[in-house]
Write a protein that binds this ligand. Structure first.
Ligand code: MTE
Ligand code: MO
Length: 472
């Protein structure tokens, strides 16, 4: 670093767009990141930091606190910042995370700002319904704080024809539309990413197996609200979408926004609801108070929290999250080659299963010469789990696990817990456990994460494999 040219924060500030070139500072370094802009995993959000210090944005998008980010940056280093000017760009920043809710200490925190945390998997298998306080949390931004008594909260609903637009407060939504309850699992597209990262690093939060939970959601049917907004069943077109905006927004004021197909929204069997209750209580702030979308069978990213706007449109959302995230690619596609427009957004999720107990690396004792295993399985699209298979000899022989929760073949939105008691002949040895589930379409999981690997680390649904030491 010694010997590089010295630049002032004013010099950096002059390079703030693509025509001047984009410079940023980080601590005492000055970087020309112009060539990096088009391959930045977070899209053009990187321009927010142009001409100044990136530190505030790095703490806003905590994903950058991964090892490797700095090393990647060093390639673009062109000089040093004038001594003493390191904090100039940040002098007036206030902490957007000053007003976060309290969280249960049992949650395993992945990032604090934004807050992202998962449920320990040994707790997941304890109950069919995951208690709200220990349910995983996935935020992109600070948590909005809605005060219903201020009268400022409303839900705007825009149909295809503006004449029928609705503007509802929470009471109107609760009284005008019959409440409907749905028991459904919510799972992040990135659940189990850490297993995929063992093949090769991906970009995303380092989730274990706990970015999933199962809850009872209550609210108005989206179908009923859309009918009131003038949408007819005959309007249905495979390509049309329903867009949702949250109250949370990025530093350019673009709200978290996502869309789902209109066919799913209008399907009376689709059970999409605008939920104001989770597990019998009003939603908590972390889970979207006062209103969130529940899209059973569909990936978590579409379940927009702090919902404030719905719009039916002839195309899907143009947002970064719809277009340039939550998509999967061929294992040989990397960030320098990827064209996000070539892949559809993830909607329904594939089948997955997890061993929750014992956990990877645990020393276990046999009960009556048997090894007791417990876990969960789930599939998207309303496909119920019909079988869970377990092997302790690398797939030479398989045992059928017992399903602990009732399963339907269709419209099965909830997960299913399972258990198995396997005879183990030898003790004092490391034993590898494999589990895979089969859903009602007879879809099952691929064996290895290596064949599923994708640069974003989504849909990590290979067999769950763990090793335990069976004690005497
Ligand atoms: N909605 C808004 N408005 N903002 C968000 O950051 N995160 C999404 C989704 N809805 C998100 C959102 C993602 S990626 C997931 S996995 C789920 O919310 C997580 O929901 P939970 O925090 O209630 O578990
Ligand atoms: Mo997610």
């Amino acid at each position: 670093v010694e010997g590089l040219p010295v630049y002032s924060s004013d010099d950096v500030a002059k390079h703030c767009n693509e025509s001047t070139g984009v410079w940023i500072s980080y601590k005492s370094g000055v970087y020309d990141i112009t060539p990096f802009i088009k391959i930045h995993p977070g899209g053009n959000k990187i321009l927010l930091g142009a001409g100044g210090s990136v530190e505030p944005f790095w703490s806003l998008y905590a994903i950058h606190q991964q090892p490797g980010t700095l090393a990647l940056m060093e390639k673009y280093r062109i000089g040093n910042l004038t001594k003493g000017e390191e904090h100039l760009a940040m002098a007036n920043m206030h902490d957007p995370y000053a007003n976060e809710p309290r969280r249960h200490p049992v949650l395993v925190v992945k990032t604090k700002k934004p807050f992202n945390a998962e449920t320990p998997s040994s707790l997941l298998v304890e109950s069919f319904i995951t208690p709200t306080d220990i349910f995983y949390v996935r935020h992109h931004f600070p948590v909005p704080d809605v005060d219903l008594s201020s009268g400022n909260y409303s839900l705007e609903v825009i149909g295809l024809d503006e004449k029928h637009s609705l503007n509802l407060n929470l009471d109107q939504l609760k009284t005008a539309y019959a409440p409907h309850s749905v028991t459904a699992a919510l799972q992040c597209s990135g659940n189990r990413r850490s297993e995929m990262n063992r093949v090769k690093p991906t970009k995303g939060l380092e989730w274990g197996q706990g970015a999933i939970g199962n809850a009872v959601w209550k609210g108005a049917r989206l179908r009923d609200v859309l009918l009131a907004a003038g949408i007819k069943d005959s309007d249905e077109n495979e390509n049309w979408h329903v867009q949702f905006d949250g109250l949370d927004a990025d530093p350019t004021n673009a709200p978290y926004a996502i869309s789902i197909p209109l066919t799913k929204a209008m399907d009376p069997r689709g059970d999409v609801i605008l939920a104001y209750e989770m597990n019998g209580e009003p939603l908590t702030r972390d889970h979207g108070f006062p209103l969130r979308v529940v899209v059973p069978g569909t990936t978590g990213a579409r379940w927009v929290k702090w919902l404030t706007r719905i719009e039916v449109s002839k195309n899907e959302s143009e947002s970064h999250w719809q277009q340039c995230d939550y998509k999967s690619f061929n294992p040989s596609t990397d960030w320098d080659k990827v064209d996000f427009s070539t892949a559809p957004a993830i909607q329904e999720m594939p089948v997955t299963s997890v061993v929750c107990e014992p956990h990877d690396g645990e020393k276990v004792k046999l009960k009556k010469d048997k090894l007791n295993l417990r876990g969960f399985a789930w599939s998207g699209g309303g496909r119920g789990i019909v079988r869970v298979d377990v092997s302790i000899d690398l797939g030479k022989t398989w045992h059928v696990a017992e399903l602990l929760d009732p399963v339907k073949l269709s419209k099965q939105w909830a997960w299913t817990r399972w258990q198995a008691n396997l005879p183990v002949q030898t003790t004092g040895q490391e034993t590898e456990i494999w589990v895979r589930a089969v859903d009602s379409s007879y879809n099952t999981q691929p064996e290895g994460m290596e064949h599923l690997w994708n640069m974003r680390g989504v849909l990590a649904v290979a067999y769950h494999k763990i090793k335990v030491l069976v004690e005497e």
